[in-house]
Design a protein around this ligand. Structure first.
Ligand code: BES
Ligand code: MN
Ligand code: MN
Length: 465
């Protein structure tokens, strides 16, 4: 991979400028106003794949946003790496909290990224990380060092639940045939503590509506006489955790796989400081399920969180009113073997049951997905670990993440393939938040590390034969 590395060093500035151009496109999949931008981003990704020399590059239409596909088959007897990523991004809201506009990328240095970081929506999640793969394969092809076959599948609906990707994968099992799936859409512990993600949580997401009286009421004339849906909703939500911060929904923990003491001890070896964690978030103390560490609470344990709550008067000044309705959006992060459909059902039944007779409740399910774990004794994991060791000079630590990429569990079910999660982002990169950024160190380190994965994966696969 020597020539690829030389090529990468020689083309660094262009690699950065190309990413900056991609980040200027507001490909927000959640908001239909940006549909044109989402489509042109797909076209731009496709032209990058064509330019680097992939064959069969296609912008595959779906019932939603297109999936960009491309491949380079150098020899059918060699292994195939299937790269997955997403070109859609989260909405930029609240936009007033961005120091620079979300779609006008700038490079600035920060305490954690002294060598500079690109600030823009999607810089880390996932345009920057997805594009590392495009550039790494470009480098290998340009230097005649691509050791195996490669397929790219880049979607535009990850941030809204990947519903059409599931259909696409089911319909294209032959086309997507591969030996391993490679994804950079997660993070690592720190720039000097490389890690590989070995687990993702699942997700069940619901929206609840609590209805009291049939219209908004004067809070003086009616206050104290009817159920206030906002008061009621707040009480119902509060009751979803007990005094030990355990979730009170009956059956919620039934299928949770508990880790052995050995596994927990292994996990506890990863460097982590509650003190630093609190400092970074400006909080006095952490809080969560009794009996578990912060790392465990954020990865191997399921959670329930309100993501949004509204109702009544929130404008300027005071309006004396009892609202007719109150709403909340609630996410539950799941662990193996919790089934998102089952959990959603348990939530719905419980929430309806705890509603007092004075209100009506509806629960609307949104997208969800299953958790995933990757073993650390697979060829894919070993190849990734060797690659990190080469570029970071240290063995990477296996770490389970709290985030979700529901398609990873589907890949396993439909294609029978494990996914290697080579994430290069940091928790402090503010994904989904204002001022999202991605370190230049991380971007270039990713591009440098990926070719070694191809090299080791091909070698280890051949040794197995
Ligand atoms: N890339 C993230 C998931 C992620 C980030 C996993 C960091 C691990 C570490 C992905 O784009 C994402 O945001 N997923 C959503 C779920 C999806 C169904 C909307 C999530 O985790 O909230
Ligand atoms: Mn992502
Ligand atoms: Mn995301």
């Amino acid at each position: 991979m020597k020539n690829s590395q030389t090529y990468i060093q020689a083309n660094k500035d262009r690699f950065l400028n190309e990413l900056i151009d991609l980040l200027k496109m507001p490909s927000i999949s959640a908001d239909a106003k940006y549909a044109d931008a989402v489509h042109s981003t797909a076209a731009s990704v496709a032209s990058h794949l064509t330019d680097l020399g992939l064959d069969q590059v296609e912008v595959c239409q779906t019932a939603g946003y297109p999936i960009v596909y491309g491949e380079k088959i150098i020899d059918a007897t060699l292994p195939t790496v299937l790269v997955y990523g997403h070109y859609d991004v989260q909405p930029a809201d609240p936009i007033e909290l961005w120091t620079n506009p979300a779609f006008e990328p700038v490079v600035k240095s920060t305490e954690i990224h002294p060598e500079g970081a690109i600030f823009a929506r999607g810089a880390c999640d996932d345009k920057g990380q997805m594009f590392m793969h495009v550039k790494a394969v470009e480098a290998m092809l340009a230097s005649n060092e691509l050791p195996c076959n490669v397929k790219f599948m880049i979607e535009g609906e990850e941030e809204v639940g990947s519903e059409n990707l599931g259909v696409f994968v089911k319909n294209n099992v032959e086309k997507l045939k591969a030996d391993v799936i490679l994804v950079s859409d997660t993070g690592m512990l720190a720039n000097d503590v490389p890690s590989i993600t070995t687990g993702l949580r699942g997700l069940s997401y619901v929206e609840v509506e609590v209805t009291g009286p049939n219209r908004d009421l004067h809070s003086g004339l009616y206050g104290g006489c009817v159920a206030n849906p906002i008061n009621t909703l707040a009480k119902m939500i509060a009751s979803l955790h007990d005094e030990n911060n355990k979730i009170t929904i009956p059956g919620f923990y039934d299928k949770v796989i508990n880790l052995s003491d050995e596994e927990r001890a292994e996990m506890a070896k990863a460097p982590f400081s509650n003190e630093k964690y609190c400092k970074a978030l400006d909080i006095n103390e952490v809080m969560g399920e009794n009996g578990y560490s912060t790392m465990e609470r954020g990865s191997i344990r399921p959670t329930l969180d309100v993501n949004g709550i509204w109702g009544g008067y929130t404008g300027e000044g005071a309006k004396t009113v009892i609202a007719s309705k109150a709403y909340a959006k609630i996410s539950m992060r799941l662990v193996p073997d919790q089934d998102p459909v089952e959990i959603t059902e348990l939530f719905k039944n419980h929430f309806e049951k705890i509603a007092p007779n004075s209100v009506k409740v509806t629960v609307k399910p949104h997208h969800g997905g299953e958790a995933a774990v990757t073993p650390i004794d697979s060829i894919g994991y070993k190849a990734a670990a060797l690659a990190y060791e080469q570029t970071f000079g240290k063995k990477p630590i296996p770490v389970r993440s709290g985030g979700s990429i529901p398609i990873v569990a589907m890949f396993e079910k439909i294609l029978g393939l494990k996914t290697i999660l080579m994430g290069f982002g940091l928790d402090s990169d503010a994904i989904h938040s204002p001022n999202e950024h991605f370190g230049l160190f991380n971007y270039y380190k990713g591009i440098e590390t990926i070719p070694y994965f191809y090299h080791h994966f091909t070698e280890l696969s051949q040794n197995e034969l």
